[in-house]
Design a binder for this molecule. Sequence first.
Ligand code: ATP
Length: 300
Amino acid sequence: MLPHSPFNRIQAPAKLNIRLKVIGRRTDGYHELVSIMVPVSLFDDLELEIIPQPGIMLTSHGLFVPDGEENLAYRAAQAFFSLTGIDQGLSINLTKRIPVAAGLGGGSSDAAHTLKALNDMFANPLSFKDLEGLAVRLGADVPFFLQCRPSIASGIGEILEPIENWPEFWYVIVTPPFQVSTSWAYDNLNLRLTGNEYASILETLEKGPFKVADFLENDLETVTSIRFPVIDTIKKSLMDVGAEGALMSGSGPSTFGIFISEDQALSAKRHLTPKNLGDVFAVAWVSKNAGDHDPLGSKE
Ligand code: ATP
């Protein structure tokens, strides 16, 4: 099959977990969770081009990520070609800006956006349901990035309920200079019984104006912050510069504060950068079409 368009350039945003409660462990080793996930305006760039040579060629720039088959964007392209039976050479040019193994879901976002971009380039040979099937096999966070809008994620992350009217907060993310393996964090988690997480999140959202600080809880934070106490230092620093609340995202180590306005977020960023706690980003949430547009902008 010939491509409808031989070139596609898209942006793959990072995510933050505003709440992450682990509610059980399945026999296959995956954990069941309930999480509020929001895509934010810190982006990797992906350029996909159909080339005459056979096979998939991935080049990356910026932060270090594995090339070739170990890269999630490569694996997504492989899965797409295998399901569609399309036999074309592809070059993927990845500019990596989202810190790696940092709780920001960059690899999953690259995978989901590669699937969407290829489906576009070949005029939608796969339905959204087919793409979801491929996504969940690539990783538990990949289905979230296919939809790419504020959502309550449950199951292993693949059951997604969009949250309409998520408030337009700003976030300041601090990523200290080390990586945390997601499987290490889950392996070290002491599962405790939680109440009906899903129902209580829905109830709070439906009741009307809510305080976002009431949502901020991450079961993995205890695990990571015991091993890396700088997480608590970052949280405290974020609160000191005016955050409404602060939390570690995913399995960390990225930790973010929530701010009501862009000015407050940019001022917090200016105060935090000289403290050398890590890389500091001021971001807003981005809408579903973040891959094509950046409605609020990634300001600094
Ligand atoms: P998660 O919480 O979903 O595990 P994370 O943000 O903590 O996400 P990622 O940045 O997605 O972690 O990286 C996880 C692992 O995947 C790293 O060990 C990295 O080497 C590998 N990886 C493969 N491809 C990519 C990619 N395109 N971008 C980032 N990491 C990738």
